[in-house]
Write a protein that binds this ligand. Structure first.
Ligand code: ATP
Length: 234
């Protein structure tokens, strides 16, 4: 499993995370919900090796990750699908996917990654020569997911995958996450859409100003009055 223990993150005096601990068992979907600025992105970015000032311990299958650079975290089988999708608007769909495959060891691995993305999202195959910036929001999210899957990670972390999407596409994104999980990937999902995230999560944590304040199985938190009033609109 992914084991995060006593993780703290500091941005030049701003303490974004205050010693949080969480577990993501292999094969499960675990979600981290919380308001804007609670520290959700910081958690994922710290695990991915993208944050410098951090302390505590992060292990994946009992091997230490904290202190590794992002390339080495990816080599250990952990990928991040970042907030805001971060696709390259002037590069084609295919070129964007290839960038996600920079850790692929050879051409075969890269081709397999591209094929994986295209079979998951046939629309990307149809648009493989189209520039990323000309895709719709939903298609850009598919591209971001396809790109994160290029390295065939064991664990994939999603940062607010539903952000800015129309309701029908939000549903599609959560279906895709469930499908990716059923196909064998462990998932750590960060979301502001608490309802949709809790519905698909095996286990969930609530983050408030840098601290975990509540945790439990997804369905249990969906019924928890504290979660209902704070995150599910009463
Ligand atoms: P959001 O949904 O807005 O992304 P979040 O729960 O993901 O919120 P973080 O982005 O992790 O929260 O931010 C946690 C805290 O750290 C916030 O107070 C934020 O302003 C601060 N913060 C985040 N990144 C930086 C940075 N690079 N430099 C300084 N402060 C930062």
């Amino acid at each position: 499993m992914l084991k995060v223990e006593n993780l703290s993150v500091n941005y030049g005096g701003i303490q974004a995370l205050r010693g949080i601990s969480l577990d993501v068992p292999v094969g499960r979907i675990v979600t981290l919900i919380g308001a804007n600025g609670a520290g959700k992105s910081s958690t994922l970015r710290a695990i991915a090796g993208l944050v410098r000032n951090k302390s505590g311990s992060v292990t994946w299958k009992e091997k230490h990750l904290l202190g590794l650079n992002p390339e080495h975290v990816l080599e250990r089988g952990i990928a991040l699908c970042p907030e805001g999708r971060r696709i390259f608007p002037h590069l084609t769909v295919l070129e964007n996917l290839k960038l996600g495959g920079y850790s692929c060891k050879n051409r075969e691995e890269e081709d397999a990654g591209i094929e994986r993305a295209f079979s998951l999202f046939p629309r990307l195959r149809e648009r493989s020569w189209q520039k990323g910036g000309t895709l719709s929001g939903g298609e850009q999210q598919m591209l971001a997911v396809g790109r994160a899957l290029m390295s065939d990670p064991e664990l994939i972390m999603f940062d607010e995958p539903s952000m800015g999407l129309a309701p029908i596409l939000v549903e599609e994104v959560f279906d895709i996450i469930e499908r990716i999980n059923k196909e064998g990937k462990t998932v750590l999902l960060v979301e502001q859409n608490a309802f949709a995230a809790l519905k698909i999560a095996d286990y969930a944590y609530v983050l408030e100003v840098g601290e975990i304040t509540l945790q439990g199985p997804g369905e249990e938190l969906l019924r928890d009055p504290r979660v209902v009033s704070a995150y599910l609109g009463g």
